[in-house]
Design a protein. Sequence first.
Length: 189
Amino acid sequence: MDETDPAAVTRLRATAHPVRLRILSLLTAEAMSAAEVARTLEITHANASYHLRQLHDAGELVVESEEKIRGGVAKRYRYDASRDLRTHRPGVDERVAYARAIALEVERRLREVAPGTSTSSDLETWVDVGTWHRALDLLHEASHLLHAAARPAGTPDTVHVSATTTAFTMTGGLTGEAVRWDPAREETR
């Protein structure tokens, strides 16, 4: 865990919770207050406020605006999926906690599957470094495309989708600098 960036560990721990993953997805499309998050996710206002603070303190959310409501100030939070994540190298325990949270969230989403187009894939294999980088390029592009195109829930003429990707090198083959992928370098080609 010597490569672990403490800030990355904090971020990963903050997101390793099914409710927080739902909040991040929700706030990709629009900024919302704790009250709006609570109503949308059908959780208490106190619970929504707590999770929003945890995500904000970990650097996962930004405060987009503040408005005065009944003598108080309501912050409207937004998830910035475009920020630079290349330096984050969380350890195995943090990644496992995150994967467990994602698994619970994917299970919740699968219970709401609608008829239509879908795809699913699982694979453990060996490929050359060029193929690995190309696959990461495509996954990265798809993730950014969906995050950039996200619209508020219920927007007319939109489709409610779920997309989850996890890709990593495993032990037993080339590792480290020999296979390091740099999305910034890939985007300039």
